[in-house]
Write a protein that binds this ligand. Sequence first.
Ligand SMILES: Cc1cc2nc3c(=O)[nH]c(=O)nc-3n(C[C@H](O)[C@H](O)[C@H](O)COP(=O)(O)OP(=O)(O)OC[C@H]3O[C@@H](n4cnc5c(N)ncnc54)[C@H](O)[C@@H]3O)c2cc1C
Length: 416
Amino acid sequence: MGEGIGVANRRQLNGHYDQAATMLGVPGAGHFEPADLEPGLSDRLGDLDVNRAVIDRKLVHFKKPSVRWKETLTRLARAGKFRCVLNAAALELIVAENGSTVEELIVGRQGSTLSIRADVFVVCAGALETPRLLLNSRRRLAHGIGNAHDLVGRYLLDHPIGHYCKLRFHRSTRAPLYASLPLAGNVGMMAGLMLAPEQQRQRRLANHYVWIRPSVSAARIDDELLLSFLAVRSARDLSARQVIAILTNRDIAYRILVHRFGIRPKFKFGDLFFMIEQLPNPDSRVGLSNRRDEYGYQVVSVNWQLLERDIDGFLEYAKVLFEHGLRSEQHTLARVDDPSIWNRTLASAAHHLGTARMAASPQHGVVDRNLQVFGMSNLFVCDGSVFATAGSVNRSLTITALGIRLAEHLVSSQAA
Ligand SMILES: Cc1cc2nc3c(=O)[nH]c(=O)nc-3n(C[C@H](O)[C@H](O)[C@H](O)COP(=O)(O)OP(=O)(O)OC[C@H]3O[C@@H](n4cnc5c(N)ncnc54)[C@H](O)[C@@H]3O)c2cc1C
């Protein structure tokens, strides 16, 4: 989360990462090295020959079906383990006369409102709705809670995804390349490429990440089609027109053959996709719009801004990748996308972050290193909004690790 700027850093979270991995059912942080993880992985991936001094492999694990904490909480609540108001929306936090303690939460349910009182409040509504709740809570604090320095909602980050280029391999192959692979049990893995950490530091580049998918055609994939496929990720949600368009697209049809039917024909091309680490920008922000919900509270307005420096940073990264990392004996560049089309084609990864950022002081952020809202004695935030930088994927592990750490902190401070 940003070593050296007075916020939680990787070292302090190590133990919590291991616990988080166990809870999410994926390999722990100590097992992330490819060599330890899976003997023969390179053969299975059919890795490209890359310059290992410049490029590292990046592995991302996932479990199917994925863990959904909301379902776990609902189950525990229904079993009577704690009291929980289900299917309700947190609308407003009410601050006590002292201006620094939250004493009440107003909740909307089935058209009416109710009030919840507690000693401690933890807001976990995600990086779009958490700032909305804080900004809508202004009965005693005119600018909203935690917003004395106009920082709530600012620094909205995402991991924009896009297509960079098409590679033509000199020999056709059946290798899965950097597609997703099943591992033991119901754990899966996506492999990609990233700059070796030392290279990244030296070149002062952000934590971007690329992966290559098999392709059977030199043609450009229709962007709109590709975007719906990437964004929706499930055929069930597509219209009949989109399904027909997808089935007649050779590359997408190929992926369906591989993923749905396990058939793996040979291919000669590769599509290189990227995920950008967007740099923090105060003007990229979530605010309140003039529209109101059924309870009269303003709904969010989103002004997500990507800057030229983000695009230029990735282009610099791609240059290093191609000039020093990927060995050109195995491929030629069949086509490189012009970044001018990215305005139209870049997609959000639905990784909203940063709108109640963690910082060392209220002049720089909304919560402190313990996730406590500056100036409030009993209010905490625990979700993607507290990220000070976007980092790389996968953020759910970090959110879970932060949650475990906050739970420990709350238990120990209650006991003290
Ligand atoms: C299609 C898709 C695929 C993804 N794949 C991955 C992946 O492979 N790996 C990964 O790490 N991440 C992935 N993500 C991102 C991951 O889901 C999010 O990073 C993570 O869930 C964010 O956690 P959060 O706690 O910030 O917010 P959320 O998980 O969004 O939790 C916020 C919760 O608060 C509830 N809520 C919102 N407002 C209110 C309110 N006013 N009152 C009461 N409740 C409220 C919401 O309903 C929600 O349940 C994916 C996301 C999408 C959409």
